[in-house]
Design a protein around this ligand. Structure first.
Ligand code: ZN
Length: 395
């Protein structure tokens, strides 16, 4: 497609500082952007702001105003934070925390036309990198996303901070990052555009890195494999979003996530956990509606991977063992709304299909009228770890 419309690229932050304990040395770089920061954080990261960020900024003679995005990255919270920015006459925004704190900080900076610094405190998402913010209701239901003009001015990735987060956050980040391949290959796998081809291929490499290194990473937090996996979830997943742009971002896995956020019982699970489950639902849809054998084998491989690292495979492991049919139906309808990315699938999807896929994510995988035994499964798993998805040849 050629177009004369203005086209913006938002590939990467202007500057990335990374290393162990680097937050204590980031004062200079932050003070160059502004000396009256508003710091956006949430319930769990307020302590990091007080004990780590404030002293570091005090040493730069910065005047700091902390604000909370609680209860969510919502329109009401953003309005409250814009007031804080005006009152403080802020000249830079600093986001400290997980995906929602960083999304709130980026969107606040976008709305007030100020530079933004992101300090991720977990490996749970690539929100520290991307030029995109999700907006939720006050009660945590996904409403819409906002493309931003550019990536953050500065990203400070301090492995020390990330290591102090619960292990579950990095597991969720692995789920969110591995989704890039399953979504980008569907939405953009046939693209002729150079940057999108690059993004899709990087998504495949990212998947392989995660399949190979995640188990070792989680066994030894802070070790070499762990650091590579954090780079994969926080940085490389962001590169793919940046290179691929909106066309390369999400398909059904994130649409399922968005639907699930409308079920209150699901609010205890993390973004990447819902997305990981959403990948299985997407593959189920490809199996059921397209007869895709490739999707079936990919799902089988992911089920083993999820078992090994602790990602949810079904409704029960998402905390939805007692979900009602009405709730599931509502989630399926949200996932299928006319503007949903689920319609990037190359076939028509109705809420009844989504419902059927949601309850059958662990269904047995059949191949050539023969159920895969564990030997087959192991072969598949080895065969796909370092190659493209040419796994049909192996079955
Ligand atoms: Zn995501």
């Amino acid at each position: 497609m050629t177009t004369n419309a203005l086209s913006f690229l938002a590939v990467a932050p202007a500057q990335v500082i990374r290393g162990w304990g680097v937050i204590t040395k980031a004062g200079d770089a932050i003070a160059r952007l502004g000396t009256h920061p508003v710091i956006v954080s949430g319930k769990h990261t307020g302590a990091i702001v007080e004990t780590v960020i404030r002293p570091m900024l005090a040493a730069q003679a910065c005047q700091v105003a902390p604000v909370s995005y609680s209860p969510d990255c919502s329109e009401a919270s953003l309005a409250k934070m814009r007031q804080a920015v005006a009152q403080h006459q802020a000249d830079v925004i600093i986001g400290v925390g997980g995906g929602k704190a960083l999304d709130a900080a980026k969107l606040l900076a976008h709305q007030t036309q100020l530079p933004v610094v992101t300090v991720p405190t977990s490996g749970a998402t690539c929100a520290a990198w991307t030029a995109l913010s999700n907006v939720y209701s006050q009660r945590g239901a996904f409403l819409y996303d906002v493309p931003l003009a550019h990536c953050p001015e500065l990203l400070v990735l301090d492995y020390e901070l990330v290591r102090s987060a619960p292990q579950r956050t990095l597991v969720a980040g692995i789920g969110d990052a591995i989704a890039k391949w399953y979504e980008a290959s569907v939405s953009s796998g046939h693209s002729q555009q150079t940057l999108i081809i690059g993004a899709v291929q990087q998504a495949r490499i990212l998947r392989d890195i995660l399949l190979q290194k995640s188990v070792e990473a989680l066994q030894e937090p802070g070790g070499a494999a762990w650091q590579e996996v954090v780079d994969a979830t926080v940085l490389m997943a962001g590169v793919i979003g940046g290179l691929g742009g909106a066309q390369c971002r999400t398909v059904a896995a994130h649409a399922i996530h968005n639907g699930l956020t409308h079920i209150p019982a699901c609010h205890g699970t993390l973004h990447g956990e819902k997305v990981a489950y959403g990948i299985l639902v997407q593959l189920r849809l490809e199996e059921m509606l397209q007869g895709s054998q490739l999707a079936a084998t990919a799902r089988h491989q992911l089920l083993q991977f999820y078992d090994a690292i602790g990602l949810p495979k079904d409704l029960a492991s998402l905390g939805l063992a007692n979900v009602t049919l009405a709730e599931l139906q509502h989630a399926a309808e949200v996932a299928c709304n006319p503007r949903s990315d689920i319609h990037h699938l190359p076939f028509r999807v109705e809420p009844t299909h989504v419902l059927a896929a949601m309850v059958s994510t662990t269904a047995p995988v059949w191949s050539d009228d023969k159920k895969l035994d564990s030997g087959d499964a192991n072969r598949l798993s080895v065969a796909t770890q370092s190659t493209n998805l040419t796994i049909n040849d192996e079955v």
